[in-house]
Structure formats: structure tokens, C-alpha cells
Design a protein around this ligand. Structure first.
Ligand code: SF4
Ligand code: SF4
Length: 78
């Protein structure tokens, strides 16, 4: 399905502290915290299709762990 999104958030898990701010500000609630090995929590985009590309998560992240990547620069789906 075509979408108006121009970019998707890419989360740098080495910078993410699991603080959850991005999860809290995401309007469609497509981010969540996942437990990774070592019992740390990291932000993950669990519903890429639901992301509007609004960049609120990237703006809110206090640790600069989220970068918006233009969809044209990402590998194509499939
Ligand atoms: S706001 Fe940044 S540091 Fe906090 S959980 Fe989200 S990506 Fe990780
Ligand atoms: S870009 Fe917007 S919709 Fe997409 S994950 Fe971030 S806050 Fe949510």
C-alpha cells in the first residue's frame, strides 16, 4: 500500500538507554521497548507499516539514538 511516509526511524541500539521517551511520544504507538540479551531494554519499531514518519521520536530522544532515514535510502521491501 502506498504511504505518505518519507522516512523511517532507525534506532542505534548502542546509544539507546531504554528510557522510553520515544515510545511515549509516538502518536500511532508503533514503538515499544524490547528486552535484549543482558536484560537491557531497547526501543524497537514493531510496526513499520504503521509509522507515519513524523520524526517525533527522533526529536524527543535525549540520547540521539534515533535517526530518520529517507525511505529511498533504505533497502526496498521484499
Ligand atoms: S528515547 Fe532514545 S534512548 Fe530512550 S528508548 Fe527511545 S531510542 Fe532509546
Ligand atoms: S516517526 Fe513518528 S510514527 Fe514513526 S515511530 Fe517515530 S514517532 Fe512513531
Amino acid at each position: 500500500m502506498a504511504s505518505e511516509r518519507k522516512a523511517l526511524p532507525v534506532i542505534d541500539t548502542t546509544r539507546c538507554t531504554g528510557c522510553g521517551w520515544c515510545v511515549a511520544v509516538c502518536p500511532p504507538h508503533v514503538l515499544s521497548l524490547a528486552v535484549v540479551p543482558g536484560w537491557q531494554k531497547k526501543s524497537t519499531l514493531h510496526d513499520e507499516a504503521g509509522c507515519t514518519g513524523c520524526a517525533k521520536c527522533a526529536v524527543r530522544c535525549p540520547f540521539d539514538a534515533i535517526t530518520m532515514q529517507r525511505i529511498a535510502d533504505l533497502p526496498p521491501p521484499r
